[in-house]
Write a new protein. Sequence first.
Length: 105
Amino acid sequence: MKTFALFLATALAEIAGCYLPYLWLKQGRTAWLLVPAAASLALFAWLLTLHEAAAGRVYAAYGGVYIGVALIWLWLVDGIRPTAWDVAGVAVALTGMGLIMFQPR
């Protein structure tokens, strides 16, 4: 559960760090959004270092959680409800994440 919570925090930091420049570039918001965006991306990179598994394994498994969090963001922030295909894709990605992270050692 600790691993999943850490992945969740990591995904939120990455998405926020990428979403803020999007607001500046695509929606004409203030360039000052780049300051918290940079801090969020620095937090993202630091959070990735807190995992105990090898870096490559962490990056591979993190992708599954990121996909799920991105679709939740799509729904809650952008107001676009994920389709059944989106949900199925998240299920496949999270299954892959589980296989990578929780394999017998």
